[in-house]
Design a protein around this ligand. Sequence first.
Ligand code: SAM
Length: 231
Amino acid sequence: MSTATTPTPDYLKKYYWWAYVDPRALRFWDRPWLTNLILCGYYRRLSNEVIEEFEGDLSGCTLQISVPYGNFTPRLAACVTRSGGTLDLIDVVQAQLKNVSCKIAAADAEVARFIQMDSSALIFSPGVYDRAILYFLLHEQPQDVREKTVAEALRVLKPGGTLVVLDYGKPSLWHPLRYLLLPLLGTIEPFAVALWNRELWELLPSQFSMQRCRKTSYFGGLYQKIVYVKP
Ligand SMILES: C[S@@+](CC[C@H](N)C(=O)[O-])C[C@H]1O[C@@H](n2cnc3c(N)ncnc32)[C@H](O)[C@@H]1O
């Protein structure tokens, strides 16, 4: 586990102290049923959608940028171990890394590194990862940080490497949650609604073509997966 200290970003301290930064938050929020409830019963399905994107082959180097609650990361680590790969897990909050390290099986922890780092300023060299995963991170970030996070994820990917983003999307007009979530997200997740108004591929730096993006929507558009293969 890395012991370097990267400062906690201001937006996280201001808007998400209750979710990730306060030590009591981890004990309260990291419950599978609660994560599933927050994601309207879609937690397992969405986790599968990311893991199955790689068709069982997670050989080589995998990077997961930020560690969410729930069992996504332990499942990913088990798949990486089975494939003979390695897994780098980064998060800007050290307590989150410690928490996830306790959930990963001992054999899988051997292929994993836990590194405290800001997603908008990765300290890795360019072109070292076969795949990078952004699982429900971007909606929590202000637009400028979000753009840097995507640019950094692409920078550290090898040519031919895959970026998978799973996050909120814009629910269709008939979606009842659209009208419930809009005021709720606007209050507690102030940067999330921006994902409704702009397509995720608009975050790609100008040298990357959106033609290489594949988008899949779930639950009436409330969730989306973007897969991008780096040229
Ligand atoms: C992945 S998201 C949450 C996903 C979802 N709400 C869940 O828990 O299932 C939360 C994580 O992102 C981390 N995070 C937020 N901003 C970050 C940044 N700039 N760099 C690295 N990690 C960040 C937080 O510390 C937290 O552990």
